[in-house]
Design a protein around this ligand. Structure first.
Ligand SMILES: Cc1ncc(COP(=O)(O)O)c(C=O)c1O
Length: 425
């Protein structure tokens, strides 16, 4: 199976699960206590689905490291699924938050920071008008509401297996199309009744990086323009690509951009930007009332201060140079092991994001990744690494490099990964 010996895999899984649980008595006790007040004994149901039999109970998260309640230390390559991309306590964010918390965290009014932030977003991402949201989910919900209001159409198109947050409009009432399939997109948009295509510019889910085929983005833009469909690009997970996301990197021209997660360095926040034409329609729409847009908790000065710090001091060329250097190193380590054992796997990269998938060639659509190939291999590797102080993304096994990630931790991952594979093949 995908180059791995089944019996060895079973043995590793059993051993690593047992070792994990035995070393975490405090976490286990807390889990049992939590079962009486939380679903599955976890604050979010996702945590229950992650590999460790006893979920991680974090005492503190510092830099790109986690410290658990049983005294274990980890290099964190999961970084809260991009939400902690800049590290858990980036000094620029910490000082901005410390300063702002004494000056008010939510006011429902504006500040100079708000203007600086929207000007900077405009400069980086090319869209002229911006609004604030509480999270990426929230930004996508507002973007879809706006797209429906502006076009007078209800349907949306989302690529199969895409994830845009727990926003029900993107999950139901939408037409699914394979990423990179221009003919299917053409058919889906032909009737002229689709309000928007909501897409990641590069798909990042399912433990892989799915790059657009040459010409895909040009065709996507052309088809959406010709059919009066708005193009919403969700840059939430593609910020590791560069300081202006994939939009700037690939020269894209969306009507709307959405983002959240790391944009305020760990303070909950989202933003959405729009073109002149969408903004003009949106201003007419919002003259009549809130129309399903906005939240009292969006654009609070605490989040916006943190966003200003991220944009001006963290999302710099130097930060990306560090992330890219470490990601190259990490990817090379994995590629070397894959080549050494002739595994039918490949490594995917998008700037500071690295993941490996259990197929020889990069997929063109996320459907190629389902049903989840190699889920137990991913689980065994996650546990093997975590038992030895390396944490990957609990859902996908992806790794992110932050400006606070240290090179020796990348090298340690490389050695441990090689050890684990030598045991499994
Ligand atoms: C591409 C994308 N958009 C939006 C979201 C939603 O982010 P949040 O859960 O922080 O609202 C996610 C979450 O993983 C995502 O991957």
């Amino acid at each position: 199976m995908i180059g791995i010996d089944g019996a060895r895999l079973d043995a590793m899984l059993a051993r690593e699960r047992a070792a994990w649980s035995a070393a975490r008595p405090k976490a286990a006790a807390l889990r049992e206590r939590a079962r009486r007040s939380q679903l599955h004994g976890t604050p979010q149901h996702w945590i229950h689905q992650f590999p460790p039999p006893v979920p991680l109970v974090i005492d503190r998260a510092v830099g790109a490291r986690l410290y658990d309640t049983d005294g274990h230390e980890y290099a964190d390559f999961g970084l809260a699924g991009t939400a902690a991309l800049w590290g858990h306590n980036h000094p620029a964010v910490v000082s901005a938050v410390r300063e702002q918390i004494d000056r008010g965290s939510v006011t429902l009014w504006s500040s100079e920071d708000h203007v600086v932030v929207t000007e900077e977003l405009q400069r980086r991402f090319g869209l002229p008008f911006w609004q604030f949201a509480v999270s990426a989910t929230d930004a996508n919900r507002f973007a879809l509401t706006l797209a429906r209001a502006v076009t007078g159409r209800q349907k949306t198109v989302v690529f199969n297996h895409a994830y845009h947050g727990s926003v029900d409009e993107s999950l139901t009432g939408s037409v699914g199309v394979e990423f990179n399939d221009i003919d299917a997109l053409d058919r889906a948009l032909a009737s002229g009744d689709v309000a928007a295509v909501l897409a990641e510019p590069v798909m990042t889910n399912g433990g892989a990086v799915i790059h657009p085929r040459p010409g895909f983005h040009a065709a996507l833009r052309d088809l959406t323009r010709r059919t009066g469909t708005l193009l919403i690009l969700d840059e939430t997970q593609t910020i590791p690509a560069g300081p202006g996301g994939c939009t700037r990197d690939l020269g894209l021209e969306p009507d709307i951009i959405t983002m959240g997660k790391c944009i305020a360095g760990g303070v909950p926040a989202g933003v959405y930007g729009m073109s002149d034409a969408v903004a003009a329609a949106a201003m007419r729409y919002t003259e009549a009332g809130d129309g399903g847009l906005g939240s009292t908790m969006a654009s609070g000065p605490l989040a916006v201060r943190a966003m200003r710090a991220v944009l001006s001091e963290v999302m710099t060329d130097a930060t990306y140079a560090h992330m890219n250097r470490l990601a190259t190193r990490y990817a090379n380590d994995v590629t070397t092991v894959i080549a050494k054992y002739g595994l039918p796997w490949h490594v995917g990269r998008l700037g500071g994001r690295v993941s490996y998938a259990f197929m020889p060639q990069p997929p063109h659509s996320a459907s190629q990744l389902y049903p989840r190939v190699g889920a137990s291999v991913r689980e065994a590797l996650w546990l093997y690494l975590a038992n030895r102080g390396i944490v990957l993304n609990g859902m996908s096994g992806a790794a992110l490099m932050s400006p606070m990630t240290a090179e020796p931790d990348v090298d340690r991952h490389g050695s441990l990964f090689a050890e684990a594979i030598s045991e499994l093949v």
